[in-house]
Structure formats: structure tokens, C-alpha cells
Design a protein around this ligand. Structure first.
Ligand code: 3HC
Length: 303
């Protein structure tokens, strides 16, 4: 296979066990993908037993559904489901070759977790982050070996979307990059090399579109009109459905990062949207209601 431009000619490391920091929505989707495509044990680490139970449960349920749909034999589905485990202790990461963190999008939390984790890892283990917009360079600054760190950013739903952004910092080693691209290939994803800039490549564009959709609602369009128009244009998903799927707090977080980094002219914040996230609304349409109906609470909160 042709090496993507800019990737040094280094030997990728073998991956016989993967560690995932976190057990939330992204973490369990990642666990399922890694297990399905690599057939190696995957251990998820969280701080609460309840979160671990939920995260591992989602992986097991994911394989059960694949078995039920006939996409895997029942035996294979059971075997793969058996490869996930949960832990509260990073010492269970000591034999991992590749670790990816997918915890809450807060720099301080990420740094703390990485600092705690690194001394317990093998010296050649690669550390990745699935952050959607935070600086990978800043995260790597807490490591003793910052060259082992890179971004490995997946898109929701992980099982379906082929893209993974591979984010290199000025210090990322050739070996770590080679391992990441080899891993992307084994996961049957398209790895795209991007530099460590705010929100990387795709979220700059995707989130910009979402900000503009919000602005249109401010200007008097209805949520439904914006969604219908862009769906009819050919987008795979209506923008406000996409916003709900990404998670409004995550989307707001990316908007704030971009607003801060690139300025309000390029990335204005939307006051209505911020207020809605603060009120803990997480969808635009009433869930499960067909035909779609905008949640009256959300309309009320919109000035
Ligand atoms: N998990 C697993 N599989 C899923 C899934 C999910 N959540 N949603 C859909 N699928 C599978 C279905 O099982 C189906 O597989 P099959 O053909 O083998 O049966 C296939 O995907 C197609 O599903 P559907 O026919 O039900 O639905 P669509 O054709 O409408 O596709 C979609 C659904 C793939 C979600 C499509 O609407 C889409 O691509 N939407 C845009 C998603 C997007 O832009 N995501 C990026 C978000 S940004 C992000 O994640 C970055 C972060 O940093 C913020």
C-alpha cells in the first residue's frame, strides 16, 4: 500500500491489546470497532463501576445485535463480546500496545489522566486522543515521552463513517505515526494526516455549518425548514439531527474552542444555543415523534 504523503518510513508496532480511557458513548463505539477489526482484547478504564458496566454492556449489546442481524455468526459474536473488559485501575493497561483516551472534553481532565497513565505503560506503547478540538501538543506536554502521542479522531457513528483524522504534533515520532496509519488500515478506516490546529480539519467545516444553521434560525427560519432544505440538497443527515447526534454540549465545546482560537468573526457564538445547552436540552425534535415536531421547550428558550 502507498504510504500517505508526509508519513515517515518507520515500522509500525504490533497491536495485541488496546486500552481505552473512558467508557462513554465514543469509548464504547471505539471498543467495538477495535475488537471487531483487530480481534484483540480491549480494556476500558473509567472512574465509576456504573459507567464501566454501562460502557462494556453497550459493546456486548452491539455484538449481540450483529449476531442477531446475521452479520456475524452467533459463536463469533459471543467470542468478540468476550474480548471487552472494564477496569478502575490503569495497571491493567501495562501490557497495552495502543491506548486511546476518550474522556470528557476538558484539557485539565485529559492532562491529569495522561500523566497518571503514562508511567504504567510499556515504553513503546502509543498514546492517542480522540479529542474533537483540543490541542494534542498541550496534552502531550505532560508526558515524559511526548513523541508517543498523537490524535486519532473518529466520527459518529464510528462503525459507519470511514474517516479518522490522524493528528501529528511537532514531536510525534515516525513510529507512532506509522503505527496509527497501519492501525487505521486494519480498522478499515481512511486515515487523513492533519496538523494540530484548533478543531483540526473536519470539525472546522462541520461545526461552521452548524453555527450558520443556528444563525438562520435566529434570522427567522424554522428548524424544520433548515433541515428539510439541506436534506433535500443531499446531506446524509439533517443538520439539527446531526447536532443532536454529536451531542449539543460537545458541539458547543467545539464552537467555543474555535471562537477562542480563531475569533468571533470566523466563529461567532450563538447566544440562544448556549442558553439551550445550559438548560440541558439535548435534542431539537421531540424524540420518537413522527412526523417530526420541534420540542416546545426548545422553541420557548429560543429568543
Ligand atoms: N451505529 C452503528 N451502525 C449504524 C448507526 C449507528 N449509530 N447508524 C446507522 N448505522 C448503520 C446501519 O445499521 C446501516 O448499516 P447496514 O446498511 O449494514 O444495515 C447503515 O449504517 C446505514 O444506516 P441507515 O440506512 O439506517 O441510515 P442512513 O443511510 O441514513 O445513514 C448515517 C445513517 C450513517 C448516520 C448517515 O445519516 C450519516 O452519515 N450522517 C452524518 C453523520 C456525520 O456527519 N457524523 C459526523 C459527526 S461529527 C463527529 O462525530 C466528530 C466529533 O468530534 C464531534
Amino acid at each position: 500500500a502507498k504510504r500517505p504523503a508526509g508519513i515517515p518510513d518507520a515500522k509500525p508496532g504490533a497491536i495485541a491489546k488496546v486500552g481505552i480511557v473512558g467508557a462513554g458513548l465514543m469509548a464504547s463505539q471505539l471498543a467495538q470497532l477495535f475488537i471487531e477489526r483487530l480481534e484483540v482484547p480491549v480494556v476500558m478504564k473509567d472512574i465509576s463501576p456504573e459507567a464501566l458496566e454501562k460502557g462494556c454492556g453497550q459493546v456486548v449489546e452491539g455484538f449481540r445485535r450483529l449476531g442477531e442481524k446475521g452479520k456475524l455468526t452467533e459463536g463469533k459474536a459471543r467470542h468478540l463480546a468476550g474480548l471487552v473488559s472494564g477496569t478502575l485501575d490503569f495497571r491493567d493497561f501495562s501490557d497495552c500496545d495502543f491506548v486511546i483516551e476518550a474522556v470528557f472534553e476538558e484539557m485539565a481532565v485529559k492532562k491529569q489522566v495522561l500523566g497518571e497513565l503514562e508511567p504504567l505503560l510499556r515504553p513503546d506503547a502509543v498514546i492517542a486522543t480522540n479529542t474533537s478540538s483540543l490541542s494534542v501538543t498541550e496534552m502531550a506536554s505532560v508526558l515524559r515521552v511526548p513523541g508517543r502521542m498523537l490524535g486519532f479522531h473518529f466520527f459518529n457513528p464510528v462503525a459507519v463513517l470511514p474517516l479518522v483524522e490522524v493528528i501529528r504534533t511537532a514531536q510525534t515520532s515516525g513510529e507512532a505515526l506509522a503505527t496509527a496509519f497501519d492501525l487505521a488500515r486494519k480498522l478499515r478506516k481512511t486515515g487523513v494526516l492533519v496538523k494540530d490546529a484548533p478543531a483540526f480539519l473536519v470539525n472546522r467545516i462541520l461545526v461552521k455549518m452548524l453555527v450558520d444553521c443556528l444563525a438562520l434560525v435566529d434570522e427567522g427560519a424554522s428548524f424544520q425548514e433548515v433541515d428539510d432544505a439541506l436534506l433535500a440538497l443531499g446531506l446524509p443527515m439533517a443538520p439539527f439531527d446531526l447536532l443532536a447526534m454529536v451531542g449539543m454540549p460537545v458541539a458547543l465545546h467545539v464552537m467555543e474552542t474555535l471562537n477562542h482560537a480563531l475569533g468571533p468573526d470566523r466563529f461567532p457564538l450563538n447566544a440562544n444555543f448556549s442558553r439551550i445547552v445550559e438548560a440541558k436540552k439535548t435534542f431539537v425534535y421531540l424524540p420518537g415523534v413522527e412526523p417530526k415536531r420541534v420540542d416546545p421547550d426548545l422553541e420557548r428558550l429560543w429568543a
